[in-house]
Ligand binder design. Structure first.
Ligand code: NIG
Ligand code: FE
Length: 426
C-alpha cells in the first residue's frame, strides 16, 4: 500500500476525452498552479489543488512526500516512432550526406538501411539487446517514459525475429512501457530487387504469421516510398496484418508524395508517419478518418528537408503527434525535448501543441492512451519535473537539460540526466 504525494507542483497536462486532440484542441492544456498529485501503487488516484488532493489520503497513512518546489510538472514523453534496435551506427554515411549524396541514393547504392541490415545479420541477439538498452536508457534521461521500437533491419525471418526478441527482452527490463512494431517491409532485400512482390508474399505468408504467433509485435509498419514499396504493396501487406488482428501504420510520403497519407486513412491506421511531402488532399482524408499524423522533425533537420506542414494539418483537423524516429540513418536522436524544440521553432507549433503531440496524441499513436499520455486519475504516474515555469522551457532552453526529474509509475527513475533505476521493470 504505497502512497506518494507530490506537492507544490505547477502542473500542465492535456486531458483525455477518449480520442487524440485535433484542431484548436491540439493546444488545449490544463494548468493547475500550486497543484498536488496523489499516487498509489504507481497510478494517479487524485490530482488538483492541494486541499482537494489531501482529502484522498487515507487517515491511517502517511504518504511519501515529494516537494516539487513550484517547478513545472508534465506527463512523461511518449515517443511513438523509433528504430532504436540496430547493430551499428552509420557515422561515415552521415558525413557523405553532408557532402551532398542524397539519403535515397545511398540506399540505392546498397548503403543506408541495407548497411544496417548487414550489421544486424552480423550481430547476436545479445549485441542487439545491449545496443537497444543503451538507447532506451538515454531516452529515459531526457524524459521518455513510454516508446515504440520497430524491427526492420532484419529483412528475413530469422533476423527480424532476432530483433523482435531483443526488443521484447528490453521491454521486460526497461522502466518504460515499450511497444514493438514489425517493420519487415523496411527495404527491398537485394535478393528480391527484381521481384519485390515476392518479398511481400514472403512477409504475408511467413514472417507476419511467425511474428504474430510468437507474440512479438502487434503493430505492423511499411516504408512506402519511391524505390522502396508502392502503395499497392503497402495495402496488401497491411490488410494481411489487419486480418491477423494487428494494428497498422506506415512510413508515408517521407520524401515523395506517393499517397501514403491516403492509404493510412483508407485502412484506419493508428498513424501515418513522416508526411514531409503529403498532399492537401491526403491531409483532408486523414482528418476525416481521424488518423494521427506522426511528425518527426529531427529527420527533416538531419536530411536538410523542409519540415512537415504541421500548421496545415492542425488547421484541417488532423491530430498531430511528435516522435524522434531515432535510427542510425536519418535521425540519430533519442531526445524528445529536442523534437519539441524543433516543432516549436521550425514547424510553428505552440509549446502547448507540441506538448500534446509528445504526450497524449503520441500515446494514441501507439495504442497506450488507456494508461499514459496525460496526468489524470486512473492513469500511470509517469511524469517529469522541469527546471522551468512552463512547458515553453523545453524549446526556450534549446539543447539544455530542462528535464530535472523523471518518474515512472510514481517512482523516480532519472534525475539531472542520470538514470537512477534501470535494473528491472517497475
Ligand atoms: O524513418 N524511412 C525509413 N526508415 C527510417 C530510416 C531508417 C534508416 O535510415 O536506417 C526513417 O527515416
Ligand atoms: Fe522511421
Amino acid at each position: 500500500m504505497s502512497y506518494t504525494l507530490f506537492t507544490n507542483a505547477n502542473i500542465y497536462t492535456a486531458r483525455d476525452y477518449g480520442s487524440p486532440l485535433s484542431g484548436e484542441n491540439q493546444g488545449h492544456i490544463s494548468h493547475i498552479p500550486d497543484g498536488a498529485l496523489l499516487v498509489h501503487d504507481g497510478s494517479i488516484v487524485a490530482i488538483g489543488n492541494k486541499e482537494e488532493v489531501a482529502q484522498h489520503v487515507p487517515h491511517n497513512i502517511s504518504p511519501e512526500l515529494v516537494q516539487c518546489g513550484g517547478r513545472c510538472v508534465i506527463p512523461g514523453f511518449v515517443d511513438p516512432h523509433t528504430h532504436m534496435c540496430f547493430g551499428a551506427r552509420r557515422e561515415s554515411e552521415f558525413t557523405k550526406r553532408l557532402l551532398g549524396t542524397p539519403y535515397l541514393d545511398i540506399l540505392k547504392q546498397g548503403g543506408g538501411i541495407l548497411s544496417s541490415v548487414r550489421s544486424v545479420a552480423a550481430a547476436s541477439e545479445e549485441d542487439l539487446y545491449d545496443m537497444t538498452r543503451r538507447h532506451v536508457s538515454s531516452a529515459l534521461k531526457s524524459g521518455t517514459t513510454s516508446l515504440e521500437i520497430k524491427s526492420g533491419y532484419g529483412l528475413d525471418t530469422e533476423n527480424e525475429l532476432k530483433m523482435l526478441r531483443a526488443i521484447s527482452r528490453v521491454a521486460d527490463v526497461a522502466p518504460q512501457d515499450v511497444v514493438a512494431t514489425f517493420l519487415g517491409a523496411h527495404a527491398i532485400p537485394p535478393a528480391y530487387k527484381e521481384n519485390p512482390d515476392a518479398f511481400i508474399e514472403l512477409l504475408i505468408n511467413e514472417m507476419l504469421p511467425a511474428v504474430w504467433q510468437q507474440g512479438l509485435a502487434d503493430q505492423c509498419d511499411i516504408f512506402c516510398e519511391e524505390g522502396v514499396f508502392s502503395i499497392e504493396q503497402g495495402r496488401r501487406l497491411l490488410l494481411a496484418a489487419k486480418r491477423l488482428g494487428m494494428r497498422v501504420k506506415l512510413h508515408a510520403d517521407e520524401v515523395h508524395d506517393l499517397g501514403g497519407g491516403g492509404l493510412a486513412a483508407e485502412l484506419g491506421a493508428l498513424s501515418a508517419d513522416h508526411l514531409l511531402a503529403v498532399s492537401d488532399e491526403n491531409i483532408q482524408r486523414m482528418a476525416e478518418a481521424g488518423v494521427v499524423a506522426n511528425l518527426l522533425p529531427v529527420t527533416a533537420y538531419s536530411l536538410k528537408k523542409p519540415y512537415a506542414r504541421a500548421r496545415d494539418m492542425i488547421a484541417q483537423g488532423v491530430p498531430v503527434a511528435l516522435a524522434t524516429d531515432c535510427n542510425p540513418g536519418s535521425s540519430y536522436c533519442e531526445s524528445m525535448p529536442f523534437v519539441i524544440g524543433l516543432a516549436v521553432m521550425n514547424m510553428d507549433m505552440s509549446p502547448e501543441e507540441a506538448l500534446v503531440g509528445a504526450t497524449l496524441n503520441s500515446s494514441y499513436a501507439i495504442g497506450l492512451a488507456d494508461r499514459v499520455g496525460s496526468l489524470e486519475v486512473g492513469k500511470q504516474a509517469d511524469m517529469l519535473i522541469l527546471d522551468g515555469e512552463s512547458p515553453a522551457i523545453l524549446a526556450y532552453h534549446a539543447g539544455g537539460d530542462s528535464v530535472a526529474e523523471v518518474y515512472k509509475n510514481g517512482k523516480l527513475v532519472a534525475r539531472a540526466g542520470q538514470v537512477i533505476y534501470e535494473q528491472e521493470r517497475i
